[in-house]
Design a protein around this ligand. Sequence first.
Ligand SMILES: NC(=O)c1ccc[n+]([C@@H]2O[C@H](COP(=O)([O-])OP(=O)(O)OC[C@H]3O[C@@H](n4cnc5c(N)ncnc54)[C@H](OP(=O)(O)O)[C@@H]3O)[C@@H](O)[C@H]2O)c1
Length: 269
Amino acid sequence: MTRRHAVIGLGRLAGALVPALRQAGEVVVVGRRSPGAGELTQAEAAQQSDWVWLTVPDDQIAATAAALPWRDGQLALHCSGATPLSALAPALAAAGFHPLKLLAGDAGLAGVHVGIEAGAGHHAALRALALALGLVPLALPSPMTAQARAAYHAAANLAASGVLAVLAEAEVLWASAGLARGDALPAMAPLTRGALDTALARGLPGAVSGPIARGDTGVVTRHLGALAAAGLADDLLLALGRRQLALADSAGRLDAAQITALRALLAMP
Ligand SMILES: NC(=O)c1ccc[n+]([C@@H]2O[C@H](COP(=O)([O-])OP(=O)(O)OC[C@H]3O[C@@H](n4cnc5c(N)ncnc54)[C@H](OP(=O)(O)O)[C@@H]3O)[C@@H](O)[C@H]2O)c1
């Protein structure tokens, strides 16, 4: 069956979704707020389509859905893990399709898990589309409570932008050592990738490494001193240190004396 898709809002996610849909043989038009020559308005694109994807900022999904001309037989979709399907209420049928990847319009979707939230009438078709796009379908709890949705989205955000915040802190420390700041990210990226690869192979507790996992309290003490010398607050390092300690402890890597010493060192002041 040939299905026509309208993608409303050509941003970072649409920059990956539109080519992926087209490569899978789907027919796609794009609707824009301020169409240029040869481009469609949001309403024009929606009117021509069966599945209408609202790939606009989360806070604009409800208003954008309310402004579109819906008809029977159309499916409204959004890609926001943080937003309930009720935001698409003006459409007669609604679904969520959330690729779990930080996207900036310059990378594909293949291999990415995608959270699918849909009624029985559309779930199978969305799952089939996910597989056709090379995605890994992930069934979400149904119905999804507001608390579950917030936890799901917070987990995804921590795994993406949360890691970036940690790397930003590492970059400041790197520069405080007198090293070129521009080298920091390329030099540290293999550390992050290596940690991820090891975690995928061994699980998080088995992968954690470094002075906390080894019980080297002297090294951790010097890390805290380096933070102070760089003018950085110690809250992030202490909080992450306690989480690393829990991982190392759960893997049975430390003895009781090491755990006691590290707990004292990593306690919030
Ligand atoms: N980027 C990611 O990593 C990612 C990953 C998973 C899910 N998502 C979800 O995908 C959706 C889109 O995110 P994004 O990162 O692609 O956003 P984005 O890059 O900010 O792009 C959103 C697009 O929406 C349109 N737009 C901007 N402001 C608008 C407004 N006030 N009203 C209506 N339309 C507006 C613009 O397109 P036009 O100029 O063409 O109108 C803009 O390019 C969100 O629901 C987000 O949660 C994003």
